[in-house]
Design a protein around this ligand. Structure first.
Ligand code: PXL
Length: 275
């Protein structure tokens, strides 16, 4: 069985980060090892959330794993707490990476043109260096605009997206994928660039007019799970985009849906059989 290390926070309530990565990647058949960077009462879109930073646990936990001879087929990072933690994560990648390890970085820090409340431009700068050592990065357009120094736009053409992918590629990852890309009205999806093959990939599907928290984590966790099931990155992205959309649809049908996340629990059976 493949083994993934995922490094992100635990938001006890909120359906995001580790509480999505664990069930989704496990359902796709890989062992999921977690390294929590912080414990929050909820994700940061709630008011008055509590947060206990776990930076001082990172080194002893990973040292123990190293002493035990643990290896990982993939390392997947999402929301991290601080700029210093990004440096700790880079050390972990350097320690555990082999030529076969997939390093998948979701530089979670912003959406809809704005940084999340906990972050500043120093955090953006550190994230650029983390993305630089990845095999695959999956920023949304806001995160990519911040990391490439481009203007954030809600309306754009193909040249804007290609320029963004080219500048992301300059950061150093092998494959750069932009999420939430609209290529024609009423559609949404992803567009990626593989620098090793000099090839673009686009996937679009009908846009559902609803935005939910945690959908980025759902997309990334599905990608990681599918990549470890042997899918190429284009197939993994297509399935992840499709699964995220199916889950948003399902959530919309629930009259008692929580405001803070999607009903991915209801769609996991579909995910397992997606091709
Ligand atoms: O879904 C991304 C995410 C993860 N973890 C925490 C967050 C967010 C987004 O706001 O606040 C704590």
């Amino acid at each position: 069985m493949k083994r993934v290390l995922t490094i992100q926070d635990i938001s006890c309530l909120g359906k995001c980060s580790i509480t999505i990565a664990l069930p989704v990647i496990s359902a796709l058949g890989s062992e999921t090892v977690i390294l929590p960077t912080a414990v929050l009462s909820t994700h940061t879109m709630f008011k008055n959330f509590t947060c206990k930073d776990l930076s001082d646990q990172i080194e002893p936990i990973t040292r123990h794993w190293k002493d035990e001879g643990v290896t990982f087929d993939a390392i997947y990072t999402g929301y991290l707490g601080t700029a210093e933690q990004i440096e700790q994560v880079k050390d972990i990648i350097n320690t555990f990476r082999t030529p076969e390890t997939l390093v998948f970085i979701d530089p979670v820090m912003a959406d809809n043109g704005k940084l999340y409340p906990a972050f500043d431009m120093n955090y953006v700068e550190r994230n650029k260096t983390l993305c630089g050592i990845a095999d695959i990065i999956v920023p949304n357009i806001t995160e990519a605009a911040l990391m490439t120094g481009m203007e954030y736009r809600e309306e754009y053409d193909e040249d804007y997206i290609k320029e963004m992918l080219s500048r992301l590629n300059d950061l150093g990852a092998k494959v750069s994928v932009l999420t939430g890309v609209c290529r024609e009205s009423g559609m949404t999806g992803v567009m990626g660039y593989d620098s090793t093959a000099d090839r673009y990939f686009t996937y679009q599907r009908k846009r559902i007019d609803a935005a939910y928290h945690g959908t980025g984590d759902l997309f990334s966790s599905t990608c990681v799970g599918e990549l470890l099931r042997g899918k190429c990155w284009q197939e993994a992205m297509r399935i992840a985009a499709e699964y995220t959309a199916i889950t948003i649809d399902e959530t919309l049908k629930n009259p008692k849906k929580p405001w803070y996340g999607v009903d991915f629990e209801a769609t996991i059976p579909q995910l397992i059989s997606m091709k």
